[in-house]
Structures are given as C-alpha cells and as structure tokens.
Design a protein around this ligand. Structure first.
Ligand code: GLY
Length: 277
C-alpha cells in the first residue's frame, strides 16, 4: 500500500516532491568544510539533535523521509542536496565541486536509482562540476549559480538536459562571499524567490514569469533566505531571521522555525540537508 500523503494539484510543488532523502550527521562532522557562514561545527550532539528536528519537521508536514547512514570518511555527507537533483523523470548526478565530497555520492545515487526505476540517470563527468546547491527552480524556469563549485562545463551539461526537457536556464554569478545559489536564496512557494540585498539583485534573475516575484531581504538575514516551502502554505526556516519571517507571514505563510546553528556552522542551510524526489 502507498502511504505517501495525498497532495492536491493546487498544492503540489514542481521542485519539491512528497519524498526526501536526508543523511545523518557524521561522527567526523567537526571537520566539515566551513568558509562562509560558519567557522566550523563545535557540538556534534547538538548538530545531531538539530538535524533530527529538521527531519522530524519534514515528516510532520507530510514528507516521507528516508535517512541514509552517515559515512565517517565524509564530514560533509549530511549535505545531500549537492549530490543529486531530480528533475522531471531524470536524476542528475553532478560532479561535486569540492573534490573531498565526491565520494559522498554513490549511496545517494544507488538509493535514487532503486526508488526511481524508469527515471533516466544523467551522470556528469569531469571537467564539468556542479553542486546541486547551485540549482534553483521556479516552475519551468531554472537558475544556476556560477560559483566556486559550479563551472561553465557543468552549466553547459545542465543546459543540455533542460533544453531536452523544454525548460529555460538562467545563469547567476555567485558573489565571492557566498557558497551556493541556494545558500543565499530559495523558493518558499512556486511563485516567490527570496534573496538578500547586496548579494543578489532581482535584475540578475531576469524578467520573471507573470505572477512570480523576487523579494529582497536585509543583507543581515542572508541565511534566513534559505527556506523550504511545503504544501499547505507552510515554510520551514531557520530561527532568528525576523524580517524574513515577517515577510512570509504577511503573505499568509505559516513559518516553522528550526534551530540550525550547528548546520550553519558548516555553511549548511535547510535545503542543503535534503534531496526531494
Ligand atoms: N560544508 C558544506 C560544503 O562546503 O560543501
């Protein structure tokens, strides 16, 4: 029997399906890469507890969550978003931009291949490189960050796939003070993009489809711009970003606040910790 929650057409998001993979915090998480938001995690027990609360919040809001085992050899393995992107019957397996993270991919690829039989697996090869965290989708329109993790060869491979699917791709240059496109933006709904001032501009996203809007938030709340929109006008977001919360609440969203401090310490945001499929 299929126990997945029933979603009505009106609430199904194009980019966020009803199932998600997360991956536990590694015992070596203290060594996770941290160059942007954080200076490195300090408390693995707290990180594990925050990560569990995150996975529980997804489950409590109708997402069927599968937790993959951590791998001690990969301190950053909790950040599964970078390793695979599911797009309209295709599983894109990028070449992660940081060499130390490439070995995180096989269990995620195996799980998705098993679960999504019939999907086409699209495996990138070097010199192309890309982190899934550089991809943002709003309806049929995709954005990709050109960053330290995502190069032009990777962007070109993504464009080939999206051309094949009839979707448009726009490239956004990621400023030096940010890791990924999704580190500094997100789509709390199918027609909104949150961005921080001074990191990105609405103009960099180009002309938006009718009814879609890019909302600029204070630069101090850059981390708060990463959210996960869920059916039923609910949005998961990090605690401590009042301007983002007020903006979303004024638009009728219910914000579910999570302590992400130990995830942020390793430059991880909410979307980094899941792959929706
Ligand atoms: N710590 C996450 C990353 O650098 O990829």
């Amino acid at each position: 029997m299929d126990h997945r929650p029933e979603l009505t057409m009106a609430t199904v998001r194009l980019d966020q399906k009803s199932r998600a993979i997360v991956r536990s915090i590694s015992e070596s998480y203290i060594n996770a890469i941290a160059n942007y938001f954080g200076s490195g995690p300090t408390d693995i027990a707290a990180a594990k507890s925050q990560h569990k609360a995150y996975a529980d919040a997804l489950s409590a809001n109708g997402v069927e969550v599968t937790t993959l085992e951590a791998d001690q050899d990969y301190p950053d393995c909790v950040f599964v978003e970078d390793q695979a992107v599911v797009i309209d019957g295709h599983v894109l397996l990028p070449v992660p931009g940081h060499e130390s993270r490439r070995g995180e991919q096989p269990p995620i690829a195996d799980f998705l291949s098993d679960q999504l039989q019939g999907h086409q697996i699209c495996k990138m090869e070097p010199p192309a490189m890309m982190d899934g965290g550089d991809i943002l989708r709003i309806g049929d329109l995709f954005f990709v960050g050109r960053s330290t993790r995502t190069n032009d060869a990777g962007i070109s491979e993504l464009k080939d796939l999206l051309d094949h699917l009839g979707h448009e791709l726009r490239v956004i240059d990621i400023p030096a003070q940010a890791l990924h496109l999704t580190s500094i933006s997100s789509t709390p709904s199918d027609n909104l993009i949150l961005i921080p001032e001074e990191y990105l501009t609405p103009e960099s996203f180009g002309e938006m489809p009718e009814g879609c809007e890019v909302i600029v938030m204070p630069k101090e709340e850059v981390y708060g711009c990463n959210t996960i929109g869920l059916p039923g006008n609910k949005v998961l977001m990090a605690d401590g970003y009042p301007a983002v919360q007020a903006e979303l609440e004024s638009r009728g969203f219910e914000c579910i606040l999570l302590d992400m401090s130990q995830i942020r310490a390793a430059d991880g945001s909410l979307t980094c910790c899941s792959v929706f499929y």
